[in-house]
Design a protein around this ligand. Structure first.
Ligand code: ADP
Ligand code: ASP
Ligand code: MG
Length: 417
């Protein structure tokens, strides 16, 4: 039988009406003869509400208790959706992450899935039940509840699909697919019919929150057939493909941004072997996610090292770095937590060299100062002050012809160079 894993995000289950609409959708899929595992998020706003409550009690609450708290949001949704399915005469069973043995490491708040014991789910599917699973959560070896980081329900769904070798994983959300840029800030953005998994991985890791990065990693590693669709209207959505199509690829497939970045710099570090490892060791031990590392050419025997972190990890990064600076006898530590990151992504840039220059020209023409640059084979990412974010994304979207009009000449020029 055709097995689909469907995931419904917060807005898609944001009210009783929406939960009923999802139940109708599931009923229709059942009528098509599909077997279904459904992963759901907390109702819209609920995770933030829970986080706020915790902050009011103790801003430094233990991560373990935070996970016990925020995982409750998803538990509400699985119960309500199962009830809505029962009311439609559909046999359904709801399970928390721990109950379906989604085993993770113990890094509370951003745990990684290690293993899923799919036996229980398989038994229910054989009994023709719809299995409803709470997204975003798992348990560690000691049975502690863990959560997978914001947007983690996507990862639950794709990991479930991989473990069950599902025929398709459908991520239902509030947009009808993956767009050339976040349609919330670029009204001209267009839906992509398909995108390669490697491009999607770059877009997600650079901030396009339509899919959590880890979910795309899973899809790539286990070749999960993955599609992003709207839960509000029917349509083809966007297929995440595992091979680039034969058609000529556009230079740029999409633009991603992340508003919540910060940069820290340790200055005057004695330039000797081991300095970088002394700087990044403690950062990695604290599980801080860093990106964009820049080390200046040494002058007078000292050098500066800059890197970016998520804004909510900025205070911790600063304090760790201050400690390291003392140990290394570095001059000082400076930081800025008003950074935004913008990335252009496309497999088409592999074979063209003019893309970076065109990106920098476009930003220069808008008077936007670039603070950091980092590149990979299919991505160019810049750090700019966050006040320029919208302007930069819209200008780049237009310059690279993503609105679908106008800039043929520029593109041809970039392609020739
Ligand atoms: P859900 O609650 O369903 O998981 P999210 O809010 O996590 O939904 O993700 C969907 C949102 O992702 C969209 O509303 C959109 O604003 C944002 N988004 C960012 N970049 C993109 C993009 N390239 N394509 C589509 N949506 C994007
Ligand atoms: N409810 C969690 C969040 O808001 C997980 C998810 O929605 O994917 O981040
Ligand atoms: Mg999401």
């Amino acid at each position: 039988m055709f097995l689909a894993v469907e995931k419904y995000g917060g807005t898609s289950v944001g009210s009783v009406e929406r939960i009923n609409a999802v139940a109708d959708r599931i009923a229709t899929a059942r009528q098509r003869g599909e077997s279904l595992v459904v992963v759901v998020s907390a109702m819209a706003g609920e995770t933030n509400r829970l986080l706020d409550l915790a902050t009011k009690v103790d801003p430094d609450a233990l991560a373990r208790e935070m996970d016990v708290l925020v995982s409750t949001g998803e538990q509400v949704t699985i119960a309500l959706l199962s009830m809505a399915l029962h009311k439609r005469g559909i046999d359904a069973r709801s399970y928390t992450g721990g109950q379906v043995r989604i085993l993770t490491d113990s890094i509370h708040g951003k745990a990684r899935i290690r293993d899923i014991d799919a036996a229980r789910v398989r038994t229910d599917l054989e009994l023709n039940r719809v299995v409803v699973v709470a997204g975003f959560q798992g348990v560690d070896d000691d049975g502690n509840i863990t959560t997978l980081g914001r947007g983690g329900s996507d990862t639950t769904a794709v990991a479930m699909a991989a473990a069950l070798e599902a025929d398709e994983c459908r991520i239902f959300t509030d947009v009808d697919g993956v767009y050339t840029a976040d349609p919330r800030i670029v009204p001209e953005a267009r839906r992509l019919d398909q995108i390669t998994v490697e491009e999607m991985l770059e877009l997600a890791s650079q901030g396009a929150k339509v899919l959590q990065t880890r979910s795309v990693e899973f899809a790539g590693k286990y070749h999960v057939p993955l599609r992003v669709l709207s839960s509000f209207e029917d349509g083809p959505g966007t297929l995440i493909t595992h091979e680039a199509s034969d058609m000529e690829q556009p230079l740029i497939s999409g633009i991603a941004y992340n508003r919540d970045e910060a940069k820290v710099t340790i200055r005057g570090v004695p330039d000797q072997p081991g300095a970088a490892s002394r700087i990044f060791g403690p950062i990695s031990k604290a599980h801080l996610n860093i990106d964009m590392i820049i080390q200046n050419v040494a002058q007078d025997g000292t050098t500066d090292v800059t890197f970016t972190v998520n804004r909510d990890e900025y205070p911790e990064a600063m304090s760790l770095l201050n400690k390291t600076a003392k140990e290394l006898n570095a001059r000082d530590v400076v930081g800025d937590d008003t950074l935004a990151k913008i990335a252009i992504v496309g497999v088409g840039m592999r074979s063209h060299s003019g893309v970076a220059a065109m990106m920098f020209e476009t930003l220069a023409a808008e008077g936007i100062n670039i603070e950091l640059i980092s590149t990979s084979e299919i991505k160019i990412s810049v750090g700019v002050n966050d006040k320029y974010l919208e302007l930069a994304v819209r200008a780049l979207h237009k310059a690279f012809g993503l609105d679908g009009e106008g800039t043929e000449e520029q593109l041809a020029e970039a392609k020739d160079s």
